[in-house]
Design a protein. Structure first.
Length: 302
């Protein structure tokens, strides 16, 4: 939908801006044999890998796919395995498509910029030096080439050769960047076409389904917030003796030291029976303890 396109565009723009800032403040080619390739590929690949992982982590569908797989309900009625595999593959493809927006943008922008590629590949270029000694050894040849990304390290007689190498590598890097963009655009277009061809819904029915799913999720989130707030309010009222936000509070409950200790500390989600959980220590205390204890009236003089 439009929301997905807008979200992907925002992610791409933020990635481009981050890449430019990242390159300006952190990238400095070592211009040394053996180090250029590692340094350049690290700046190309590591941020892209991090962005990919973050893309997976920020997608709710990822956690919906991996959470709650040991549900007792699945043991009672085993699902259709083939259908389940197809659904998992579809969801994984959808998640991966969203997660690839930022890393692909990073790779495309860095390749079009060319600085990382030039640093990584400079020592592997085959070039004839203008005015250079033809009897130079292979190791010296690579050492000279590795220094080309740093103009201050290049002797004056090799300036023309350096410019030729830089232009060649920038050309290769930019062509690779545009090819990556072309491949991604074509792949996305063909994927949407295939998905539309195999969809059992008509065009308008598909739009209605998207609208329904979006509205259902928004309403469910609103209901979840209100329901959990009302549910938690009952437990808080039991502990303190009044409802938060009440204007006319006539008495409050004074929790005991044992009760403070019971709701303090760390706790995991606790299963109390086959269908219910305790969500917190306060929740667990409220379900187990009876309503008693010391109360203090607030409308009396101390």
């Amino acid at each position: 939908g439009k929301e997905i396109v807008i979200a992907n565009a925002i992610i791409a723009i933020l990635t481009i801006g981050g890449q430019q800032l990242f390159s300006f403040f952190t990238f400095s080619c070592p211009c040394h044999v053996g180090q250029n390739l590692i340094y350049g590929l690290a700046f190309l690949g590591v941020p892209a890998l991090i962005l990919l992982v973050v893309g997976y982590a920020l997608n709710n569908q990822t956690w919906r796919l991996v959470t709650g797989k040991r549900s007792p309900l699945e043991e009672e009625a085993p699902p259709n395995r083939l259908l389940q595999c197809k659904l998992i593959c579809f969801v994984l493809c959808s998640i991966t498509g969203r997660a690839l927006v930022a890393p692909v943008t990073w790779l495309a922008v860095t390749l079009i910029n060319g600085s990382y590629y030039i640093c990584a590949m400079s020592e592997y270029v085959s070039v004839h030096y203008y005015g250079a000694n033809p009897n130079v050894t292979a190791s010296e040849h690579r050492r000279i080439l590795a220094a080309f990304p740093c103009s201050q390290l290049v002797p004056p007689e090799l300036t023309r050769a350096r410019d030729e190498v830089i232009l060649l590598l920038r050309y290769q890097s930019q062509v690779a960047g545009w090819l990556l963009i072309a491949v991604v655009v074509i792949t996305v277009f063909l994927s949407y076409c295939l998905a539309s061809c195999f969809s059992p819904l008509s065009f308008l029915h598909f739009r209605y389904w998207n609208s329904y799913v979006r509205n259902e999720q928004e309403l469910f989130d609103e209901a979840t917030d209100q329901h959990s707030r009302l549910y938690a309010m009952q437990h808080v009222r039991k502990f303190f003796g009044f409802i938060p936000g009440s204007e006319n509070v006539k008495e409050i409950r004074i929790p005991s030291l044992r009760e403070w200790q019971a709701i303090s500390g760390l706790a995991f989600l606790k299963q109390v029976d086959e269908e219910h959980y305790d969500y917190s220590l306060l929740h667990d205390w409220a379900l187990k303890e009876s309503v008693n204890g010391k109360y203090l009236r607030t409308d009396e003089d101390p």
